[in-house]
Design a protein around this ligand. Structure first.
Ligand code: P1T
Length: 379
């Protein structure tokens, strides 16, 4: 089955009770048993729920995995991965990543005795220098949030395999429409399904997808034991969102390109970060591992001035100033004061998250309106 069919049918079957084409929202915490253990496969909704299971099957299908798991947020999904580790273990992570992920790593798991090495991964071969006998996990976001760096998944996966270290890829920005990390050798794919998978800014959710049965069993155990699951109503909404992922992404990419090219030629704009631009440092790797370049675009102004950046995001009318990304509507954010405020200033500036950086989640509106909006806001 090809991807554009999988988004609609992958892992899905009509409801066995009445043949409903969409799975019913099984809004129940528990299931009747005829005798202790005498049930129809469902005991309690933290462990399993038919609507959530339908979504988990769809997650697995679109990422070419064998097992999908749904969580109450992207961070809850990352938290479940970290619970595979124990005190003394080490993680090699990209140094440009979502601020909340950085906060979870440094403010919670460092206190539990896990050591994190945050490194630039533009040259993936560098990763090997940070691996030792204690290393258990490599954490990759690609494209990264918000600098749009591209990390070579194939090379990273080879290093991970050689050292018997798990490779987890946060595929939130790309989605499986653009890249499928499991096919390139990653062990775990993670999503903030809040973003493109849900696609309509109406839910908060996380996803994990794996191929390996043992790893799936360990993660399912953690999912049930820790209990950070999502509810059936949100599962239904995410499933509905996934059914249009391919056509939404096609338009996000088209509009992302138009916006990046407009900004690139704007006299007041200094740097434009979008992996489809030829001068992007890892444009060739992006071309080799992605089918297109997505709808996330970051940029800085020539004057590199905090107040000017704030004025631009306040002036925008069609782009809404808001956290998050990946919905049908265009959003603009100021990472230094919003999504990445939890990263110390010195550290974030080292990775390029300066005070004039603006991040756009380019939606699927008419691109002429989006460009006109940027034009009036930047002046
Ligand atoms: O917000 P939540 O669903 O818990 O997902 C966390 C997360 C994980 N990974 C990436 C790459 C993300 O972008 C996020 C959430 N990001 C935002 C809210 C944001 O505006 O960048």
């Amino acid at each position: 089955m090809k991807f554009n069919t999988k988004t609609i049918h992958g892992g899905q079957e009509h409801d066995p009770a009445y043949g409903s084409v969409m799975p019913p929202i099984y809004q129940t915490s528990t299931y009747a048993q005829t005798t202790p253990g005498g049930h129809k496969g469902y005991e309690y909704s933290r462990t399993h729920n038919p609507t959530r299971n339908a979504l988990e099957n769809a997650f697995a299908s679109i990422e070419n995995g064998n097992h999908g798991l749904a969580f109450g947020s992207g961070l809850a999904a990352i938290d479940a991965i970290l619970k595979l580790l124990k005190a003394g273990d080490e993680v090699v992570s990209t140094n440009d990543l979502y601020g909340g992920t950085y906060r979870l790593f440094t403010k919670i798991y460092e206190d539990f005795g896990i050591k994190f090495h945050f490194i630039g991964m533009k040259n993936a071969e560098r990763i090997e220098d940070y691996i030792n006998v204690n290393t258990k996990l490599i954490w990759v976001e690609t494209p990264t949030n918000p600098m749009m760096n591209i990390i070579d998944i194939l090379t990273t996966a080879k290093i991970a395999k050689k050292h018997k270290v798990l490779l987890a890829v946060d595929n939130t920005f790309a989605t499986p429409y653009l890249q499928r990390p499991l096919d390139l050798g990653a062990d775990i794919v993670m999503h903030s399904a809040t973003k493109y998978l849900g696609g309509h800014s109406d839910l908060v959710m996380g996803a994990l997808i794996v191929k390996d049965k043992d790893l799936a069993d360990r993660l399912c155990f953690i999912q049930n034991a820790s209990g950070a699951i999502c509810g059936p109503q949100d599962s239904f909404l995410a499933l509905r969102g996934i059914k249009t992922l391919h056509i939404r992404m096609q338009r996000h990419c088209e509009n992302g390109k138009a916006v990046a090219e407009y900004l690139e030629n704007h006299p007041k704009i200094k740097n434009v970060y979008w992996p489809g631009l030829k001068d992007h440092p890892n444009h060739e790797i992006a071309k080799s591992q992605m089918n297109d370049f997505g709808g996330m675009v970051s940029f800085t102004t020539r004057r590199n001035n905090y107040k000017e950046a704030i004025k631009i995001v306040e002036n925008l009318k069609i782009f809404t100033l808001a956290e998050s990304l990946g919905g049908v509507e265009s959003l603009a954010g100021h990472p230094a004061s919003m999504t990445h405020a939890s990263i110390p200033k010195e550290e974030r500036e080292r990775t390029g998250v300066v005070d004039s950086l603006i991040r756009l989640s380019v939606g699927i509106e008419d691109k002429d309106d989006l460009i006109a909006d940027l034009k009036q806001a930047i002046g």
